[in-house]
Design a protein around this ligand. Sequence first.
Ligand code: PLP
Length: 443
Amino acid sequence: MTETKTESARWSDRARRVIPGGINSGHRQGPGLDSLVVAAAAGSTFTDISGRNYTDYHAAFGPLLLGHNDADVNRAFQRAMGSLDLAGVAVTPAEVELAERLVELVPSFERVILTVTGSEATSHSVRLARAATGRRYILKFQGCYHGWNDYLAMNLMTPRERLGQKDPLSAGVLDEVLEATLVVPFNDLPVLERVLDEKAGQVAAVILEPIQHNVGAVLPADGFLAGVRDLCTKHGAILIFDEIITGFRHSLGGFQSLAGVVPDLTVMGKAMANGYPISVVGGRAGLMDQFSTVRGGGAFVAGTFNGHPALAAAALETIRKIETEPVHEHIFRLGERARKGLREVFAHLEVPAVVSGFGSVFVTYFLEATEIRRYEDLIANDAELFEGYRQESMQHGIFELPMNLKRSHISYAHTDADIDRLVEATAASVMSVLARRGVQASR
Ligand SMILES: Cc1ncc(COP(=O)(O)O)c(C=O)c1O
């Protein structure tokens, strides 16, 4: 045991010597994770370097819809690589086939450009909106995340004292860039309307996650998405749905196909190829044809790995599996089982909690409320309990990211028994955190 501990510490030390902070993405740290080194993954689990197994509900922030290392997707990728790795010129059949399938599946897609990461896709969508409208402002919602690019990376988990102000996620962003992004609260059509009126004729795009999954699961209120659609149409602003998380995970047609609201542009990524890096920006032909892939198109778009044929093959296989197997039926049913089980546990323990989610996504906020409508409502979340129970759950072999407000994901590889163990372990973990605080939960 001591030896294996030493091994993970050794890898973490090596990482810290050559990688700033020892991790390659700013979202990968959290209390209790300092010496976690992940060595393998399969199905619903991952294994750390010391051989300890965890049932994984983090799912790398969402891509692993079918489960880790899906054999069919891997085979499709390898088969494709065996015949064609990358051409970097013209087009390949797999790209065309994937683009055709996406246009069939997603209501807002008439044309698509295949990219690699979510941040690229959102960057391109915003640039296209500015190019097409000739306007300056981008409007986003407090609590939404759209990637690392300068003009969107702000106002995610804003502390109470900075609410209502610009809250960039990064240093090094120009003031004029921050100034050109407007931030409004989610689920508040009157405020959105007021800001669009104030900046009449100047807002290029309104971008949103149709469900605010970057702060757990804040659902759109009835009529909110349709109301945003109407206001964008009225003001000539491009409506961009960021479906990087919701696309594929909630439906092959994205959340828009469930909500019945058609944006002008949509981006998807994460679950699109079950863990292989591919993303897409798509939308109305008249808009998309303003990308520089069309001769004379004004909005420059490029990428060495765009439309990678093996990634496209992985995405096509992911679509095939979702279409031919009861993937959504299974993960939605387990999602409901998890939410119901968790609600019962917290009611029984008399722990104030709101269990939220949609489909395969779930999250428990520790606060007293009957309804969560926007990020501002989540400031009251007991972050210490949220992160604390998740650290404790690791002792039970359950992994949910110990980072405030982060959602958890269920995959096709999870079972009913997994969910029952999750609920039990969560109850035990919450009780031990409360016991450390000297609070007796009733059981
Ligand atoms: C809604 C949303 N948009 C965009 C992004 C950025 O995607 P990527 O990390 O692939 O650049 C993310 C990443 O978490 C996201 O959740």
